[in-house]
Write a protein that binds this ligand. Structure first.
Ligand code: ARG
Length: 570
């Protein structure tokens, strides 16, 4: 709509000269005042006249009425005054020329912006705990995190994606003890994470009867912290095995990270921070442990060192934040985890602030709702989990069967089945606002009807097929809009840049997911109502092809922003 706004602001500035000759208002001034009304039934663009009332020395409703009383070219827009607002409805024909030209010029950059130019954002997401399976509880952090990375990149930010692996802590002591008591090398090599989990579960079961095991585990972790070579070798092996499995899932999602610096990476970076805490008098000893008292801020204390001097999750996060600030000089550092960790982040963000780091307010926690299965909490120990690899495999199988039935000669069948199967699960997840708790139901995640990933990808493939049948799309020329369905698609296309900025501002990929459905629905309505290649008039046909090409561009871009691929044929 940018072209329309520029044109409109010139017209309004000319009209202002006639209506209020004693004052000067430039087109640029007006351009900066124009807004998109939240409810488009009022208009497509609005001028809030209170912004002019000081300069023009008149009440906003009087200004709105004065402008609305003048003639506007109906080929451009219609105008109405509502209180202190002037509302403009853009004509279909103008919109066609404006939006199509904008999309044709910008291509896959349509909807992007420059607000992040020159700025750096670190995004900490996925971050599974080593030796634990990657399950649906991790889907949120992974896909919300990656989508936020794409949204930031689209807005010009330089992004550093960090997989803050949970590769440090007492659980490694437990695994080492369990492995030495009950494990075998061969079994673990073959069984991978599943065997490690089995050992972990056994450890907990045995520790119920034999509490000395817990002390042994703490001792082994302490030895690991002191670089004991045997424990270090075992620990590295657990990490390698786990990463090998995680990588398969990340690959299916097309996700790569810029850094895999996990919690262990900060081992030698913590003492400096602990010393600063001590020097600033922030550390208190409580039952032998070192804590930062946060009662003034209505929060429980932040634990820094255990009784035995070993470090904790918050200690590592503090050291990691300082390291990232020094290494990347971020303007923002974003952490995506379930809302179960909100208190943890609030606590250590506060500690960073108390330490005097003036960038504490650049740390952002982006929480998402908790996932449960059948209303019950996920638990690796009791087996109440759905592994992502299994979920993806089921989705891919379902798509493969459909392709077999409907399009058996499709090229790259496996690739397409993966893109659509994995995409269905991701789309389903990102459709709801992130903070909503989710009760996971397998059939819903694998449903392809209604507002789903497969529907969006299928619509994209439909645009590809029309464009390839047409054998070329005219660019430019005069758009001729003859149907409401065409105007609706154009208006939906025009909304894309705003939706992208809203998704970014609220850290909310679902805004894009829902937009995709809105656009696909508008496109399919247009497709059913208006013959495209078969249109009689050549200008009408060209316009419809241009609309199809614009949808093709925008659906693909939008799918990419929420981590979905866009196969050209399904
Ligand atoms: N490993 C943690 C978990 O699985 C998530 C880590 C989130 N990032 C962070 N910097 N604390 O719960």
């Amino acid at each position: 709509m940018q072209d329309f706004k520029v044109k409109l602001s010139h017209i309004l500035s000319e009209k202002a000269k006639e209506l209020y000759p004693e004052h000067e208002i430039s087109g640029d001034d007006i351009l900066s005042m124009l807004e998109y009304p939240p409810d488009t039934s009022m208009g497509d663009v609005a001028l809030p006249c209170f912004k002019l009332s000081r300069t023009l020395r008149a009440a906003p409703p009087a200004i709105a009425a004065a402008f609305a009383g003048t003639d506007f070219d109906p080929a451009l827009c219609t105008v109405s005054a509502a209180g202190g607002y002037l509302n403009f409805k853009v004509s279909g024909t103008y919109l066609g020329n404006d939006v199509l030209k904008e999309i044709e010029n910008a291509g896959e950059k349509y909807g992007s912006s420059h607000i992040g130019d020159g700025k750096t954002v670190c995004l900490d997401y996925a971050s599974p705990n080593i030796a634990k399976p990657f399950h649906i509880g991790h889907l949120g952090t992974t896909v919300i995190g990656h989508s936020l990375k794409k949204l930031h990149e689209f807005a010009g930010y330089k992004c550093i994606g960090i997989n803050h692996l949970g590769d440090w802590g007492t659980q490694f002591g437990k695994l080492i003890v369990a492995y030495r008591l009950w494990g075998s090398k061969e079994e673990i090599e073959n069984g991978g994470i599943d065997s490690l989990v089995a050992l972990y579960v056994k450890f907990h079961a045995e520790a119920e009867n034999d509490p000395s095991l817990d002390q042994k585990a703490r001792d082994e972790f302490k030895k690991l912290e002191e670089h004991d070579p045997d424990n270090t070798a075992l620990w590295k092996w657990f990490i390698d095995l786990s990463l090998r499995e995680y990588e398969k899932t990340f690959k299916q999602l097309d996700i790569t990270f810029d850094s895999y610096a996990g919690e262990s990476f900060y081992s030698d970076k913590m003492p400096e921070q602990v010393q600063i805490l001590r020097d600033k008098g922030l550390l208190k000893i409580d039952d032998g442990a070192s804590i930062v008292d946060l009662s003034k801020y209505n929060m429980p204390p932040c634990l820094i060192l255990k009784k035995d001097g070993s470090t904790l999750y918050p200690t590592r996060d503090i050291a990691a934040a300082v390291y990232r600030k020094r290494t990347y000089n971020f303007d923002k550092c974003i952490y995506v985890t379930s809302n179960g960790q909100s208190l943890h982040f609030a606590q250590w963000f506060k500690v960073v602030e108390l330490m005097g780091y003036d960038w504490a307010d650049e740390l952002v926690h982006v929480p998402y709702g908790t996932v449960s299965i059948d209303g019950k909490k996920l638990s690796t120990r009791t087996g109440n989990v759905v592994l992502l690899k299994d979920l993806f495999a089921q989705a891919i199988d379902k798509v493969s069967a459909l392709i077999e039935e409907k399009n058996p000669n499709l090229e790259n069948r496996d690739e397409v089945a993966e893109a659509v199967g994995v995409g269905a699960v991701v789309f389903h997840y990102l459709y709801n606002s992130r903070i909503k708790d989710i009760n996971f139901v397998m059939e819903d995640a694998l449903s392809f009807d209604g507002s789903t990933g497969p529907y969006a990808q299928y619509t994209y493939a439909r645009t590809c097929s029309i464009l390839s049948k047409a054998g070329g799309v005219p660019k430019g020329g005069k758009a001729v809009i003859t149907a409401d369905e065409e105007a609706d698609v154009l208006k939906t296309l025009a909304k894309f840049p705003e939706r992208v900025s809203a998704a970014l501002a609220d850290y909310e990929p679902s805004v894009v997911t829902r937009y995709i459905i809105e656009l696909c629905t508008a496109f399919n309505r247009f497709y059913h109502a208006c013959p495209i290649i078969g249109a009689d008039d050549v200008d009408v046909k060209n316009t419809r092809l241009r609309i199809t090409a614009a949808c093709n561009t925008v659906i693909k871009t939008a799918l990419g922003l929420i981590c979905l691929r866009a196969p050209e044929k399904i």
